[in-house]
Ligand binder design. Structure first.
Ligand code: SAH
Length: 462
């Protein structure tokens, strides 16, 4: 971090603004909004700035800048068109140890102004560390649309209750749980709807019945195939509310990083060779954590209910009456197919698609292979890298043409995604030569022909 974002209390604090042009006027408005006692030093000032100062009991000193203007000031901002004056303001402030900002000159700043989303008392500050204010403002615009205006009211409401709750729930963990359930739950929704009185009644009830606090819950979240941007809003929101996050190998580190900083992270990865944490132990762990009152998130690669054993993980919870939610994710077939430019269905090539488990049992992939005879159905094999030679052989054995197109997508949607294209007859050799690593997905069917035209330019294989 090049800067530490902090929130300054400026109410009643003497602040010096040198300059009175358009930019200075903008800064004056911001400083006055935060309650600063503002002095403006400039030979001329716009009518707008003069009236701003008049409304807020600010002072305009109609003089050129000199060092003594900084006497008694706690913060200094310069926005003059004159580089020499700006440098002098900076130098003088540094000598006095007063925090200083020269607008648009990061090298003359001991602090910088972030872009601000103001839902007072809720504030969101966005900074590019002086590198690109335009980018910071762009990010602000995006976030603006996500944060309802009423969040300010919610923050206000929480502020009123803060001391009461602190006294009633001295233990920090219980208090945080209470607040999470209040802000992110029914009480919060009532405040957002403008029904503060009912929200207050609800808060009273919940403070009186502390047993309601110790009920844990489990969220089984689909994390998508790899690209963190493919996470759903709902998954992100619940992930950020978790006390504990259980994740495995298929979940991108960038997604695990989106959990709260103080959330406990537990790796329960299984790889083919190393069955580090047996499924039963994972189920048991989820149960125990929830029974201990935790908000538990289990992150699953792709979609929890597609080859994800999500059903098993919640069965135990359900039988113990633990509340849970399952949030769908983009499954690897969907993500991989889109990123590789291979539509899974297509009016001309495939009217259905089938997701198939491709793992080896001994030296076989166990299926009734006759069911895969249709040439108008796309087949997507999960967990099929080891079984690929068997899959290609079995499909030809039931009469599928040797030149049926096959694509193998390695690390779909992740950095380094690679698409190998061949046929049922050639794929085994291609894989032997290219040696792709897990995770990989195998797509069989005529839709694979579209890859050449529909893949992103970076993905086209000549
Ligand atoms: N629940 C997951 C699938 C878990 S099974 C989902 O819905 O996607 C694990 C298999 O998924 C892997 O063996 C591989 O075939 C496939 N897979 C998962 N992520 C993948 C990725 N990023 N690229 C290619 N295949 C992937």
């Amino acid at each position: 971090m090049d800067y530490l974002p902090v929130c300054l209390r400026l109410r009643g604090t003497p602040v010096l603004l040198v300059g009175a042009g358009t930019v200075a006027t903008r800064k004056a408005r911001l400083l006055l909004r935060a309650g600063a006692r503002l002095t403006v030093v400039a030979p001329q000032a716009s009518a707008e700035l003069q009236s701003l100062l008049a409304d807020a009991d600010g002072e305009w000193r109609r003089v050129v800048y000199s060092n003594s203007a900084q006497d008694g000031q706690a913060l200094v901002v310069a926005a003059t068109p004159d580089a020499e004056t700006n440098r002098a303001v900076y130098r003088d402030a540094c000598e006095r140890g007063i925090p200083v900002n020269v607008v648009d000159s990061p090298e003359l700043c001991s602090f910088i102004f972030p872009a601000v989303i103001d839902r007072n008392p809720l504030l969101i500050a966005i900074s590019s560390s002086g590198r690109s204010p335009v980018l910071a403002r762009l990010v602000r615009r995006k976030i603006e649309t996500l944060i309802p205006a009423a969040y300010g009211r919610l923050a206000e409401f929480a502020g009123h209750w803060r001391d009461r709750v602190r006294t009633a729930l001295p233990e920090e963990g219980a208090r945080r749980l209470f607040w999470e359930q209040a802000v992110d739950g029914a009480a919060g929704e009532l405040v957002l709807a403008g029904r503060e009185t009912e929200a207050a009644t609800l808060m009273e009830r919940r403070l009186a019945d502390s047993s309601a606090l110790h009920r844990g819950e489990v969220y089984l979240l689909g994390a998508g195939p790899g690209d963190p941007d493919l996470l759903t809003f709902k998954a992100l929101r619940l992930l950020q509310s978790a006390d504990v996050v259980l994740y495995d190998r298929l979940v991108a580190p960038a997604i695990v990083d989106m959990a709260r900083r103080d959330a406990e992270r537990i790796y329960v990865g299984k790889s083919r060779a190393d069955h580090a944490v047996p499924q039963q132990d994972i189920n048991q762990k989820l149960l125990e954590l929830a029974q201990a009152g935790k908000r538990v998130v289990r992150l699953k690669g792709g979609d929890p209910f597609i080859f994800g054993r999500g059903g098993e993980e919640i069965a135990l919870l359900a039988s113990h009456g633990i509340p849970f939610q399952v949030v769908p994710g983009i499954t690897a077939a969907s993500g991989g197919a889109c990123y590789a430019g291979i539509p899974l269905t297509h009016r001309d090539y495939a009217q259905s698609v089938r997701f198939v488990a491709g793992y080896l049992k001994g030296d076989r992939v166990e299926h009734d292979w006759q069911q895969f005879a249709s040439t108008t159905e796309t087949l997507v094999f999960y967990m099929g890298l080891m079984g690929l030679p068997v899959i290609c052989r079995e499909l030809q054995a039931i009469g599928r043409a040797p030149d049926t197109p096959v694509a193998l997508i390695e690390r779909a949607t992740m950095e380094g995604q690679r698409v190998l294209v061949g046929t049922l007859a050639t794929m085994e050799d291609i894989v032997a030569r290219e040696k792709p690593h897990a995770p990989t997905l195998i797509i069989v069917g005529d839709v694979v022909r579209l890859h050449r035209d529909l893949a992103w330019f970076g993905e086209r294989d000549g």
